[in-house]
Design a protein around this ligand. Sequence first.
Ligand SMILES: *Cc1c(COP(=O)(O)O)cnc(C)c1O
Length: 493
Amino acid sequence: MDYVSTRCSEKRVESARAILNGIAPDGGLYTPVSLPTIHSSQLTLLRTKSYEERAAWIIGSFLTDFTSEELADFAEKAYSRFDTPAVAPVVRCSDNTHILELSHGPTCAFKDMALQILPYLLTASMKKCGITDDVTILVATSGDTGKAALEGFADVPGTHIIVFYPENGVSDIQKLQMVTQSGENVKVCAVKGNFDDAQTGVKKIFANGDFAAKLSEHAIRLSSANSINWGRLVPQIVYYVSAYCDLLNNGTIREGEKINVCVPTGNFGNILAAYFAKRMGLPIERLICASNANNVLTEFLETGHYNAKREFFTTTSPSMDILVSSNVERLLFEMTEHDGEAVASLMRELNTEGSYTLSAELTERIRSVFSAGYCDDEATLQCIRRYFDEYHYLADTHTAVALAVLDEYRAKTGDDRVTVVASTASPFKFAPDVLRALSDEPCAQTEAAGKLSAISGADIPAPIRDLAGKPVRFTESVEKDDMLAYVTRNLIG
Ligand SMILES: *Cc1c(COP(=O)(O)O)cnc(C)c1O
């Protein structure tokens, strides 16, 4: 299977190269030239398999330059660290609402689904491309990605990882998760600035040719683990197929029955994976994109107008606080039937004007598959309360956005088809806000998880419970102009 950049249909590369490069030389995103298909006979077979086996099969249908033995081994290693053998279990909430729990990995958020397997895909890709250098992953994080990348790359041979986070821009628990990270090959550093400062600093290091040459003398190569890498997207297709198999197995749906999927969305990676699953032939009718007050995608999917020039809100679902959703570019590429020039022109417009508008025809094509909605913080907290009271389901703030949007969609359309809702984080990861939804009593931040456990009867996941006892390993913070010096000092002395 070959991959092309979303901005030019000419240059094709194999999957190992696409994963190694991350972003295409023309600034576009690697996307498969054609999509593999899932026939009902294959679903019948996958129904009998474990999550790891389903993963190896589906990932293998995209990464054709990897052997099935390699992928089985990677999937086994990556998903053995999850706290349930189901890996991504589907939990029944009501007859037609089923929650796909993606937060059973080591950091209790859905980024683990891809970042636990990416290190294996990346190191194998390097070997396939004949590169023997060590790879150093540089990450600027606003919270969840940094920790998930640290957990994924910690002690993976041939790799190092350095994570920069904004000194005052992450939550206490997110910071604690990062500065207590174990592993001989990890470094975590605060930046005196906001997330944009950290991100800009990392981009500058990537763009520094002299530095790359110097690293190359020491047999080191830089790479990124961000969500535009195809190696992060493909493991996310797996759990939609897996959820469908599970719903067949427990008798919720009949063979061939179409379901809807509702996803709390930020960078558009998770819902795009569901779209690819649909295109492969998985019986999905509609994709419902849920946003918080940063509702740029709601407007875009409904009207074809993408407008990033709007007020930015900090919400109780911070992992969805995004105005430029990178993976929309892949959707445009698919919807224009791989018209790289059209995509490049829209992305140029977004870059220079901060907005673009699709043709009526293209907008209609998107609307025929996607629905969209959004809700504010107050509605989010109300939704947490309602689902707990009515179904005894404890949702985190991100998942609650999706549930609220789904309820509204059903009321508006009357479409009450069986729906899989992606749950992207453990409620204990956002305990203070979730608790606020359930109880009026004031509570200290540090006690929130314990109190939430007492009220709900659910156990605090081990990775969060054990944080308090862990030694802090990283206390350094640097000025934003000193990030390069920090990387140099830590990589080549
Ligand atoms: C990253 C993240 C999202 C958004 O997912 P995208 O693939 O970026 O759309 C939603 N919820 C949580 C908890 C996340 O960490």
